[in-house]
Design a protein around this ligand. Structure first.
Ligand SMILES: [Mg+2]
Length: 450
C-alpha cells in the first residue's frame, strides 16, 4: 500500500493528493432543533466538518457519498457543481450545503488557511449576532420584553422575536382571528407536532395537511381587535427594551397579502428592522406590492436554494434584507455570492441560523468576508450545552453578542465533542459516526442532458 493510502504524507505539502474516503453523520435533538452533524474523511488525518440544515434528513447528504468518494475535497467548486443537482428548496438543499461546508473545512485545513481568507479576506473582525426569541410562554408584550431584555443583558446588540397569528392563537379569549370555522382548532391541534414525525404517523400526516397550507389559501384574517392587541404588544415590548436596539419580527403566520399589509402598517411606528417571510418567497409580484404598501423593511431567503433564485425578488425591489441560511443556499461560496448579488440591489445580508456551532462558524466566515453583511441569527440562548458541541481555539464561541473568528485553518474547529453529541443523541439513532457503506455504490446516471 502506498504512503498516500496510509495517510503518511505531510498534509501541508500534499493537498493535491487528498482524496475523500468516507462520509458519516451524528444526529442530535434539542439544540433546540434536530440537527445532523457531518464528517467527511480523507486518505490523511484530515477530517472535514459539516452540517445538514435543521430539521432536515441526513439522507440528503448520504445520497451524495458515492458522488464524492475518491474526489479531492479541495476542488470545492467543482464538487459543488457535481452535486448541485441533488439540492432543492429549503431542507432539500441540506445535503449539498452541508457537504460544501465540510469541503471548505478540508481545503482550509489542507492549505492551513481560514475559510474567510479563501473567500477574499476580512471586511470585519467581529460578526454581529441577532438573538431570536420564540413566542412560546410570552403571551403579552411585557413578558416578551423581559425575555428580550435578558438577551440585551448578555450583550446582544440586535434582536428578533415572533409576533402575529401565533401570538393571538395563544390567547384564551376569542375574536382576534377570522377563519373558516374549525380551521383554528385544527391549527392549534397540530402545533408542535413536527417533533412527533417518527412516533405518531397519523398526527404527523394531519400536521402536514394543516400546517403546510400556503399563506394565500388559509382564509385567515386578523380582526380589528386582533390588530389592536398586536399593536399594543409591540408598544409593551418597546416600553421594556426601548427604541435604540433594532428589533426584527418573524413567524407572523400564514396570511395573505391584504392581511400582511394590515399587519405591516400596525408595525410601522415601532421601528421594526424587518418583517420576515411574510409571504412565500416564490410570490415575487405579491412581495413587490407588499413592499410598496408598507414602510417597514422586508426580508426573506432562508428557504431559497442558489443565488439565481434570489434574483427575481431583488429585481422587484421588494427586499431590504436578504436572509439566506448557509445550509439551504448551497453552502459557503453560494452565500457569499448571494450577499454580493444583493449588494448590487442595495439590500443588506442578514443570515438565518438555527443550528449548531458548525453552521454558526461557517456563517461567520461568510459574514466576515461579505461587505453588506449586517447580522447573523442565534437561536440557542437557552441551550446551555450548545457551545460544548465543538472544541475550538476561542471559547465561548459567542462573546457579548459577537463571534470573533480565530486564524485557525478551515472552519476553526479543533474537533467535535463526541461526549456532548452522544448525550443529546436523537432517539431514532443507535450511535454517532456509524459506518455508512450502504451508500458507497449508490448510482444513477447523473448527467442532466443527453
Ligand atoms: Mg425565519
Amino acid at each position: 500500500m502506498s504512503d498516500l493510502a496510509l495517510g503518511n504524507f505531510n498534509r501541508l505539502s500534499a493537498p493535491s493528493q487528498l482524496k475523500i474516503t468516507d462520509l458519516r453523520f451524528a444526529k442530535i435533538s434539542g439544540a433546540p432543533m434536530d440537527c445532523v452533524l457531518l464528517k467527511i474523511y480523507t486518505n490523511s488525518e484530515l477530517v472535514g466538518f459539516g452540517e445538514v440544515r435543521d430539521w432536515a434528513s441526513e439522507t440528503y447528504a448520504l445520497t451524495l457519498k458515492s458522488r464524492l468518494l475518491g474526489e479531492n475535497p479541495c476542488n470545492v467548486d467543482k464538487l459543488f457543481r457535481k452535486i448541485k443537482q441533488f439540492g432543492g428548496m429549503s431542507r432539500q438543499a441540506g445535503g449539498v450545503s452541508g457537504v460544501e461546508l465540510a469541503l471548505w473545512d478540508l481545503a482550509g485545513k489542507a492549505y492551513g488557511v481560514p475559510i474567510y481568507q479563501m473567500l477574499g479576506g476580512k471586511f470585519r473582525d467581529k460578526v454581529r449576532l441577532y438573538s431570536d426569541t420564540d413566542q412560546g410562554g410570552r403571551p403579552d408584550g411585557k413578558k416578551m420584553g423581559a425575555a428580550l431584555k435578558e438577551r440585551l443583558d448578555l450583550g446582544f446588540t440586535f434582536l428578533k422575536m415572533d409576533w402575529g397569528v401565533g401570538t393571538l392563537m395563544g390567547l384564551e379569549e376569542g375574536g382576534y382571528l377570522t377563519a373558516p370555522l374549525g380551521f383554528l382548532d385544527e391549527l392549534k391541534a397540530t402545533r408542535g407536532v413536527r417533533r412527533l414525525y417518527y412516533s405518531d404517523r397519523e398526527k404527523f400526516n394531519k400536521y402536514n395537511e394543516v400546517q403546510n397550507i400556503a399563506h394565500f389559501f388559509t382564509g385567515l384574517q386578523i380582526t380589528e381587535k386582533g390588530l389592536d392587541f398586536l399593536e399594543n404588544y409591540l408598544a409593551e415590548v418597546r416600553s421594556v427594551i426601548g427604541y435604540e436596539v433594532p428589533l426584527a419580527i418573524d413567524h407572523c403566520g400564514h396570511i395573505g397579502l391584504n392581511e400582511c399589509i394590515k399587519l405591516g402598517r400596525r408595525a410601522e411606528k415601532y421601528n421594526i428592522a424587518w418583517l420576515e417571510d411574510l409571504l412565500p418567497w416564490q410570490a415575487t409580484e405579491q412581495w413587490k406590492k407588499l413592499s410598496q404598501a408598507i414602510a417597514t423593511p422586508l426580508g426573506t431567503g432562508e428557504d431559497i436554494y442558489l443565488k439565481e433564485n434570489f434574483l427575481p425578488l431583488l429585481e422587484s425591489g421588494a427586499l431590504s434584507i436578504v436572509h439566506p441560511d448557509i445550509l439551504s443556499t448551497g453552502g459557503i461560496l453560494e452565500t457569499k455570492k448571494i450577499g454580493d448579488l444583493a449588494q448590487n440591489y442595495g439590500a443588506a445580508m442578514c443570515m438565518h441560523m438555527a443550528e449548531t456551532p458548525v453552521a454558526a462558524l461557517a456563517s461567520a466566515h461568510v459574514a466576515t468576508a461579505t461587505e453588506n453583511f449586517l447580522a447573523l441569527e442565534f437561536h440557542s440562548v437557552e441551550v446551555d450545552w450548545w457551545d460544548d458541541i465543538v472544541k475550538a481555539p476561542h471559547k465561548p464561541i459567542i462573546k457579548n453578542g459577537f463571534i470573533e473568528l480565530s486564524d485557525a485553518p478551515g472552519l476553526g474547529i479543533d474537533d467535535l465533542n463526541d461526549e456532548v453529541i452522544r448525550a443529546h443523541l436523537h432517539s431514532t439513532q443507535k450511535d454517532i459516526w456509524l459506518p455508512t457503506p450502504q451508500w458507497d455504490d449508490d448510482y444513477s446516471s447523473d448527467r442532466t442532458w443527453s
